[in-house]
Design a protein around this ligand. Structure first.
Ligand SMILES: [Mg+2]
Ligand SMILES: [Zn+2]
Length: 222
Protein backbone atom coordinates (compact mmCIF):
# COMPACT_ATOMS: atom_id res chain seq x y z
CA UNK A 1 0.00 0.00 0.00
CA UNK A 2 1.65 3.25 -1.10
CA UNK A 3 2.31 5.76 1.61
CA UNK A 4 1.64 9.47 1.80
CA UNK A 5 4.31 12.08 2.58
CA UNK A 6 4.57 15.71 3.40
CA UNK A 7 7.77 17.02 1.84
CA UNK A 8 9.50 20.04 3.31
CA UNK A 9 11.96 22.35 1.70
CA UNK A 10 14.47 23.08 4.48
CA UNK A 11 15.70 26.68 4.40
CA UNK A 12 12.97 29.25 4.91
CA UNK A 13 10.52 26.50 5.90
CA UNK A 14 11.92 24.60 8.91
CA UNK A 15 14.79 27.00 9.63
CA UNK A 16 15.54 30.62 8.85
CA UNK A 17 16.73 31.44 5.34
CA UNK A 18 20.17 32.97 5.88
CA UNK A 19 21.94 32.06 2.65
CA UNK A 20 24.25 29.05 2.66
CA UNK A 21 24.40 27.52 6.12
CA UNK A 22 27.91 26.17 6.51
CA UNK A 23 27.93 24.97 10.12
CA UNK A 24 25.49 23.68 12.69
CA UNK A 25 25.82 26.77 14.88
CA UNK A 26 24.42 28.89 12.00
CA UNK A 27 21.23 26.84 11.87
CA UNK A 28 18.24 28.67 13.36
CA UNK A 29 15.32 26.28 13.51
CA UNK A 30 11.97 28.08 13.67
CA UNK A 31 10.37 27.71 17.10
CA UNK A 32 7.21 26.24 15.51
CA UNK A 33 9.01 23.73 13.28
CA UNK A 34 9.05 20.85 15.78
CA UNK A 35 5.33 21.10 16.40
CA UNK A 36 4.69 21.10 12.66
CA UNK A 37 6.73 17.95 12.09
CA UNK A 38 5.28 16.29 15.19
CA UNK A 39 1.75 16.81 13.84
CA UNK A 40 2.84 15.05 10.66
CA UNK A 41 4.33 12.19 12.69
CA UNK A 42 1.08 11.84 14.63
CA UNK A 43 -0.98 11.34 11.46
CA UNK A 44 1.22 8.45 10.31
CA UNK A 45 2.24 10.39 7.23
CA UNK A 46 5.93 10.54 6.30
CA UNK A 47 7.86 13.76 6.99
CA UNK A 48 10.68 14.19 4.49
CA UNK A 49 13.08 17.06 3.84
CA UNK A 50 14.33 17.75 0.31
CA UNK A 51 16.96 20.47 0.09
CA UNK A 52 19.28 21.96 -2.52
CA UNK A 53 22.74 22.34 -0.99
CA UNK A 54 24.85 23.71 -3.82
CA UNK A 55 27.09 25.25 -1.13
CA UNK A 56 28.82 21.87 -1.28
CA UNK A 57 29.61 22.28 -5.00
CA UNK A 58 30.63 25.88 -4.32
CA UNK A 59 33.11 24.70 -1.68
CA UNK A 60 31.30 26.51 1.16
CA UNK A 61 30.72 23.35 3.16
CA UNK A 62 31.53 19.67 2.98
CA UNK A 63 29.10 16.77 3.00
CA UNK A 64 30.42 16.03 6.51
CA UNK A 65 29.47 19.52 7.71
CA UNK A 66 26.06 19.13 6.10
CA UNK A 67 25.62 15.94 8.08
CA UNK A 68 26.50 17.90 11.22
CA UNK A 69 23.88 20.51 10.33
CA UNK A 70 21.25 17.84 9.75
CA UNK A 71 22.16 16.07 12.99
CA UNK A 72 21.58 19.40 14.72
CA UNK A 73 18.26 19.90 12.93
CA UNK A 74 17.11 16.44 13.98
CA UNK A 75 18.29 17.06 17.54
CA UNK A 76 16.24 20.27 17.79
CA UNK A 77 13.19 18.55 16.31
CA UNK A 78 13.66 15.57 18.61
CA UNK A 79 13.67 17.94 21.57
CA UNK A 80 10.19 18.96 20.44
CA UNK A 81 9.07 15.35 20.07
CA UNK A 82 9.34 15.37 16.27
CA UNK A 83 11.18 13.15 13.82
CA UNK A 84 12.04 13.33 10.13
CA UNK A 85 11.63 10.10 8.20
CA UNK A 86 14.34 11.08 5.73
CA UNK A 87 16.43 13.94 4.40
CA UNK A 88 17.43 14.22 0.74
CA UNK A 89 19.90 16.80 -0.51
CA UNK A 90 21.43 17.80 -3.81
CA UNK A 91 25.12 18.81 -3.48
CA UNK A 92 25.49 19.77 -7.15
CA UNK A 93 25.58 22.95 -9.16
CA UNK A 94 25.50 23.14 -12.96
CA UNK A 95 28.23 25.83 -13.14
CA UNK A 96 30.28 25.84 -9.96
CA UNK A 97 32.60 23.49 -8.17
CA UNK A 98 34.87 20.57 -8.64
CA UNK A 99 34.03 18.03 -11.37
CA UNK A 100 32.65 15.74 -8.68
CA UNK A 101 29.86 18.23 -7.94
CA UNK A 102 29.69 20.43 -11.03
CA UNK A 103 27.04 18.89 -13.16
CA UNK A 104 23.58 19.24 -14.54
CA UNK A 105 21.80 16.77 -12.32
CA UNK A 106 18.31 15.48 -11.97
CA UNK A 107 18.18 16.08 -8.22
CA UNK A 108 18.59 19.86 -8.01
CA UNK A 109 15.12 21.28 -7.51
CA UNK A 110 13.04 22.16 -9.47
CA UNK A 111 14.18 18.90 -11.07
CA UNK A 112 12.23 15.97 -9.65
CA UNK A 113 15.07 13.56 -8.78
CA UNK A 114 14.86 13.80 -5.00
CA UNK A 115 11.09 13.31 -5.00
CA UNK A 116 11.42 10.30 -7.28
CA UNK A 117 14.15 8.85 -5.06
CA UNK A 118 11.99 9.34 -1.97
CA UNK A 119 8.98 7.83 -3.72
CA UNK A 120 11.03 4.78 -4.62
CA UNK A 121 12.76 4.41 -1.23
CA UNK A 122 9.59 4.84 0.85
CA UNK A 123 6.91 3.62 -1.60
CA UNK A 124 5.20 7.00 -1.66
CA UNK A 125 2.26 7.94 -3.85
CA UNK A 126 3.34 11.43 -4.89
CA UNK A 127 -0.13 12.31 -6.15
CA UNK A 128 -1.49 11.92 -2.60
CA UNK A 129 1.40 13.84 -1.08
CA UNK A 130 2.11 17.50 -0.39
CA UNK A 131 5.10 19.76 -0.93
CA UNK A 132 5.73 22.71 1.40
CA UNK A 133 8.16 25.38 0.23
CA UNK A 134 8.96 29.10 0.17
CA UNK A 135 9.78 29.15 -3.58
CA UNK A 136 7.47 29.40 -6.57
CA UNK A 137 9.68 27.32 -8.82
CA UNK A 138 9.22 24.43 -6.38
CA UNK A 139 5.46 24.96 -6.39
CA UNK A 140 5.65 24.51 -10.16
CA UNK A 141 7.67 21.32 -9.73
CA UNK A 142 5.17 19.92 -7.22
CA UNK A 143 2.24 20.69 -9.51
CA UNK A 144 3.92 19.08 -12.48
CA UNK A 145 4.35 15.89 -10.46
CA UNK A 146 0.76 15.89 -9.21
CA UNK A 147 1.48 16.81 -5.59
CA UNK A 148 -0.51 19.33 -3.58
CA UNK A 149 1.56 22.45 -3.02
CA UNK A 150 1.79 24.92 -0.16
CA UNK A 151 3.68 28.22 -0.23
CA UNK A 152 4.75 29.40 3.22
CA UNK A 153 5.33 33.09 3.84
CA UNK A 154 8.53 32.56 5.83
CA UNK A 155 11.92 32.64 4.10
CA UNK A 156 11.51 33.91 0.53
CA UNK A 157 7.78 33.19 0.68
CA UNK A 158 6.49 36.68 1.33
CA UNK A 159 8.47 38.28 -1.49
CA UNK A 160 7.60 35.36 -3.76
CA UNK A 161 3.93 36.02 -3.10
CA UNK A 162 4.35 39.72 -3.88
CA UNK A 163 5.68 38.81 -7.32
CA UNK A 164 2.62 36.72 -7.97
CA UNK A 165 0.61 39.53 -9.57
CA UNK A 166 3.40 40.55 -11.94
CA UNK A 167 4.70 37.36 -13.43
CA UNK A 168 3.00 34.27 -14.68
CA UNK A 169 3.47 32.38 -11.44
CA UNK A 170 2.03 28.99 -10.50
CA UNK A 171 -0.79 29.11 -7.98
CA UNK A 172 -0.13 27.04 -4.89
CA UNK A 173 -3.06 25.04 -3.54
CA UNK A 174 -2.58 26.88 -0.28
CA UNK A 175 -0.64 29.87 1.06
CA UNK A 176 0.17 29.53 4.77
CA UNK A 177 1.74 31.92 7.25
CA UNK A 178 4.36 29.33 8.22
CA UNK A 179 5.01 25.60 8.22
CA UNK A 180 2.89 24.97 11.31
CA UNK A 181 -0.15 26.63 9.75
CA UNK A 182 0.60 24.69 6.57
CA UNK A 183 0.63 21.34 8.36
CA UNK A 184 -2.49 22.14 10.36
CA UNK A 185 -4.41 22.79 7.14
CA UNK A 186 -3.03 19.77 5.33
CA UNK A 187 -3.73 17.41 8.21
CA UNK A 188 -7.25 18.70 8.86
CA UNK A 189 -7.95 18.42 5.12
CA UNK A 190 -6.84 14.79 5.20
CA UNK A 191 -9.20 13.82 7.99
CA UNK A 192 -12.14 15.91 6.76
CA UNK A 193 -12.40 14.89 3.14
CA UNK A 194 -11.34 12.30 0.68
CA UNK A 195 -9.16 13.81 -2.00
CA UNK A 196 -10.87 14.70 -5.26
CA UNK A 197 -10.86 11.16 -6.62
CA UNK A 198 -11.61 12.00 -10.24
CA UNK A 199 -8.90 14.63 -10.41
CA UNK A 200 -6.40 12.40 -8.65
CA UNK A 201 -7.14 9.48 -10.93
CA UNK A 202 -6.62 11.63 -13.98
CA UNK A 203 -3.29 12.70 -12.58
CA UNK A 204 -2.05 9.19 -11.87
CA UNK A 205 -3.32 7.96 -15.24
CA UNK A 206 -1.40 10.74 -16.96
CA UNK A 207 1.68 9.81 -15.03
CA UNK A 208 1.29 6.14 -15.85
CA UNK A 209 1.00 6.98 -19.54
CA UNK A 210 4.05 9.14 -19.28
CA UNK A 211 6.07 6.40 -17.60
CA UNK A 212 4.97 3.59 -19.85
CA UNK A 213 5.62 5.62 -22.99
CA UNK A 214 9.11 6.25 -21.69
CA UNK A 215 9.78 2.59 -21.02
CA UNK A 216 8.32 1.62 -24.40
CA UNK A 217 10.62 4.17 -25.92
CA UNK A 218 13.55 2.62 -24.05
CA UNK A 219 12.72 -0.88 -25.21
CA UNK A 220 12.33 0.29 -28.78
CA UNK A 221 15.79 1.81 -28.64
CA UNK A 222 17.38 -1.46 -27.58
MG1 LIG B 1 13.72 27.48 0.83
ZN1 LIG C 1 21.93 17.16 -7.76
Amino acid sequence: MPRIAIFFDRDGVLNEEVGHIAKASDLRVYPFAAEAVRRVNETGVLAIVVTNQSGIARGLLSEASLKGIHDRLEEVLDFGGARLDDIYYCPHHPEYGTPQYRRVCNCRKPNPGMLFAAARDHEIDLTQSTFVTDRHREIAMAQMLGLQSVLVLTGYGRSEREQQGYVNMPRPDLIAEDVLHAVQSIVSGMSREKPNVAARKATSADRATCWSSRSTHGEGAR
